[in-house]
Design a protein around this ligand. Structure first.
Ligand code: CAA
Length: 258
């Protein structure tokens, strides 16, 4: 991979976007590489949780690569957004393994959109977040108009997109945009601790929980129906047998993930 670093530690796959000179901006190649990295992590049974971060101390991701956007026409703009949604942003959101964004600095435009596609967000106290696309004559095109409103409410989403202003980590925490804020030196260890407390639980149940929560935000699907059906499906899994047996036998569960 030209633009990513990958590392696996105790069931946690760490994917680092590595274009620090461009503040880890998302060019087309990086988006393709991220798709491959997330697909491989999804298929690898040894990976239970994924942490996504940016290299360097300054930036998580400073957005889509503006130099690549500059020459596009209307049709190419639509294609870029559609491809991005399919291969990366919706792909990450619907991955059946928890994905944590470790926001280590600027998360702007497509960078904040990528963090919002992850299931959980932990920010370092130097992080700054915003959707500055209107300064470029654009709107957010990688899901930002939808996910920002879902996470922080419509009024605040309008304000952030209209003003293009960045918010700091403490405002992001207050708005519910991030789950936790820690010092930069603690960022990865906080994410690893969070991952450890997730990965002792049933991988199958985590996957069903992701499906059920996401389905509540889809137009053509009834989230309650998905919950009922997924809840039922759990009863047919080895993880359910192991979880309930472990409880009754007063021991820790060792989930097979099937
Ligand atoms: N695309 C391409 N290159 C970028 C970039 C981006 N989004 N963000 C930063 N860079 C590059 C800069 O061009 C610069 O490269 P050079 O040294 O070759 O000139 C390098 O990264 C360092 O950036 P700065 O010198 O600007 O650093 P700074 O500390 O002065 O400012 C910043 C940091 C405030 C984040 C500023 O870089 C900035 O405003 N970046 C753009 C943020 C932005 O508008 N993002 C939205 C992109 S559009 C989008 O994402 C569309 C979508 O929804 C699909």
């Amino acid at each position: 991979m030209n633009n990513l670093l990958e590392d696996t530690e105790n069931g946690v796959q760490i994917i680092t976007i590595n274009r620090p000179k461009q503040l880890n901006a998302l060019n087309e190649e990086t988006i393709e590489e991220l798709h491959i990295a997330f697909s491989k992590a999804a298929e690898n049974a040894a990976v239970k949780v994924i942490v996504l971060t940016g290299s360097g101390e300054k930036s998580f991701v400073a957005g889509a690569d503006i130099k690549e956007l500059a020459g596009l026409n209307v049709e190419q703009g639509k294609q870029l957004a559609a491809k991005g949604h399919e291969t990366l942003f919706d792909f990450v959101e619907n991955l059946r393994k928890p994905v944590i964004a470790a926001i280590n600095g600027f998360a702007l435009g497509g960078g904040l959109e990528l963090a919002m596609a992850c299931h959980l967000r932990v920010a370092s106290d130097n992080a700054r977040m915003g959707l500055p696309e209107t300064t470029l004559g654009l709107i957010p095109g990688y899901g930002g108009t939808q996910r920002l409103a879902q996470l922080i409410g419509k009024g605040r989403a309008f304000e952030l997109i209209f003003t293009a202003k960045m918010i700091d980590a403490s405002d992001a925490l207050r708005y519910g945009l991030v789950n936790h804020v820690v010092g930069q030196a603690e960022l990865l260890s906080k994410c690893m601790n969070l991952a450890q407390s997730i990965l002792k639980n049933s991988p199958v149940a985590l996957g069903f929980a992701i499906d059920a929560i996401n389905s509540g935000f889809m137009d053509d699907v009834n989230g309650y129906d998905v919950e009922i059906s997924s809840f039922g499906e759990c009863f047919g899994t080895q993880d359910f047998k192991e979880g309930t047996s472990a409880f009754i036998e007063k021991r820790k569960a060792n989930f097979p993930g099937s």
